[in-house]
Design a protein around this ligand. Sequence first.
Ligand code: HEM
Length: 398
Amino acid sequence: RRALLGTAGATGLVLGAAGGAVGYAAAPAGATPLTALGSGRAMFHGKHQPGITEGLQARGHLVAFDLVAGAGRKEAAALLRRWSTTAERLMAGEPAPHDDTDVARDAGPSSLTVTFGFGHGFFGKTGLEKQRPAALDPLPDFSSDRLDKSRSDGDLWVQIGADDALVAFHALRAIQKDAGSAARVRWQMNGFNRSPGATAHPMTARNLMGQLDGTGNPKPSDADFEKRVFVPASGEPAWMANGSYAVVRRIRMLLDDWEKLSTTAQEQVIGRRKADGAPLSGGAETTPMDLEKADAKGDYLVPLNAHARITRPDRNGGAAMLRRPFSYHDGIDADGTPDAGLLFICWQADPLRGFVPVQRKLDRGDALSPFIRHEASGLFAVPGGAAKGEYVGQRLLE
Ligand code: HEM
């Protein structure tokens, strides 16, 4: 099974025993034995929703919905119940409850995860303003933002990930059909990561700039991992116990400009070596970065504006987040530039102690800023996992 074979997932997470929240079970016994990839299975029920601490999947769909006029709390509760039933079945490798399309027939669950979140607008439309967490207050404007509002925000957000493109599409289609007359798609984004098994050994994934991306992520074995990523069981509001906040940013990479830089110049931008992710202060990928180390001329080996120096938790009052992205490529623009980059998704117990302070710092300009452009944004409250017999969000909606 992939999840147990891989020790260092692309998020830099150690999977299996160390990740208490990561529940993988044996694939259901079927007539046809599945490959290791197909039989990978994440659990729908648990303390946390799936799709947060698991290793990166090869395919992803992010889709936001708006409740239609007239749909309120009752319709939303029925929708979350339908979505939860569908997610549970598909994640077990079973067909959708109604009118299955056969698209995932023959395939195993392929590590499918389906994750549900609520956006700021959801609470007004369902009469639940009092339950809206303060942490869902809109993100501040950043001076470098170039946001397309029609591809930002949304009342409801669904993240789908799987190691097989057809399994992921199958889930997307089932989720969209379940929305019925209650909610309409606001935007959708499609992403990908390296396929499991493509490298000789499990390693941190590369992004479309070619860098190892995920090295500095908090690890499930860190003593403060849960505290950083998840709302505590005693947290406020009570329905968000064991939940997390997802910040989603569609970040275009200006690849034509980036690729003109020499490898040395690219390494100065990040502060890490491109080939193996090691800090420019020396060592291997996981060697702690030495921020004080300088060359004979007295210049810091990790430049002052290097992305990996500026984003460090110890430079941001301890602000930390779990980055779990997908890359995207949506074709070539009329001017010949690729519409490609990162569907940046980061998870934290509180965006004001995660994404916001770090992005404020980056917005003042790090060495990476000239090569990227934030084009869409969302912030979603992702409740804790559903217990057996419960649907996701039930503690808010019942
Ligand atoms: C680290 C790339 C945007 C937060 C890194 C690293 C790379 C990278 C290569 C070093 C390896 C690693 O630790 O993962 C990118 C690219 C981006 C981007 C290509 C945009 C396309 C952002 C944004 C944020 C962010 C928007 C948050 C506001 C971080 C953090 C670290 C990091 C927290 C780890 C710092 C540490 O723990 O030492 N990024 N990044 N990045 N980045 Fe980014």
